[in-house]
Design a protein around this ligand. Sequence first.
Ligand code: NI
Length: 155
Amino acid sequence: MQRLTISLDHETAAALDAFMAGRGYGNRSEAVRDLLRSGLRDAAGEQDPMLPCVAAVSYIYDHYERDLGRRLTEAQHAHHDLGVTTVHLHLDHHHCIEVALLRGPAGEIRHFAKALVRERGVRLGGINVMPIPQAVGAAIHDPTHAAPERQASGG
Ligand code: NI
């Protein structure tokens, strides 16, 4: 463990305390560590656009708004190589939430994710990009890491 001392303006310190209270953190170190990890995880993808990543992109929109539902679907078809799956929930008579799971190089999925949440008419959007851990990536691409075949059970 290394110790570091940081200075915060009052506003940021108050926001940190509110964040801690909301999430039930016992001390500031723990909260700052988690925030740093999440920031560094995001930065990893920004630094290396080829880094294999997965992303969860969520957005709430009004499906009556200017063909938005169709535009979102078309955008996803155009990037079908990055799409894994999409979950859609009808929230009320107007609003829908969709969560798209993407997989691909960090730069490409970040670009597509931003395009989705910035589509005209999207009310709220969130993007969570995570690097695929090395071992997981290796297991997927390297057939020698495949799970051993099961013995036929005869049943
Ligand atoms: Ni819907």
